[in-house]
Design a protein around this ligand. Sequence first.
Ligand SMILES: [Fe+2]
Length: 292
Amino acid sequence: MAPNDSDNTEFLQNLINVEDLPTLPAIAQQIIQMTMDPDADYKKFSKLIQSDPPIAAKVLKTANSAYYGKAHPAKTIEDAIFTIGLNHLAGICTSISIIQSFSHWEESNLELEMLWKHSISTAYLADRIAKREKIYGAVNFFLAGLFHDIGWMVLDHVAPELISVALMIVEEDGIWSRYLEQDLIGVDHAEVGAFVLDNWNIARELSELTRFHNDPEKAGGLASHACIIQFASALSPFPLPFTTPIGENLSPFNPIDLEASTGEGAHKEMQKRYAKDIKSTKDFTGLSLSMV
Ligand SMILES: [Fe+2]
């Protein structure tokens, strides 16, 4: 489905005043573009990061944090890139600038910190799972995880009264169903998120993975990548009230070899398999948020 072919485009345009959305910071835009560029190397990244002194200072601070535990301090941006790795570095810098661009939004029902913790931990886990399972392609899993639930943030801003009802339902029923989301709001958070990303005009893969992170079957050539985002979100140690366990039945596009064939068994199997990564994502998330 092309970004603007959705039947809900008009509904979304009425629901969301795009003038009211934060703009994507230029540095984030350039970093995202660079992650898609096969010719980009650490030298280009280094030059870009040095063009933004506040970000450059945070990159150095990150590389010298206890999380990376290096015996020799990183003195230059190149040192920092070698310590952090290009993928994580792009993710950390994008997180910092995106979080700052949303920071002027007043919270309604959902705490921004909770939303960002969920997003960063999903980003980290998606990247880890994809690497461990050797799933490649022109997709930056870290960035896809970072953006996948941005729709909740926007919905809580544009329709706080509906999110308040949704939270009451979750509290009563103990679980959220995304079909309720359609009934209650008229559109689901995944579509809202994709609408925002399309509006920012960023990599098509990122908006498609956001749109289909709960419907991998519909993601066409990105179906197995969308499964990774869905799994990472479900395994995040910082769930949102609306985060649901891995689906009742595993998607046929699930690229991970699992013994279990049902949602609950698969969920437990994955929690066990990625226990180490789930633990380390807590530290990584804390470190990333401390840099904002
Ligand atoms: Fe989601």
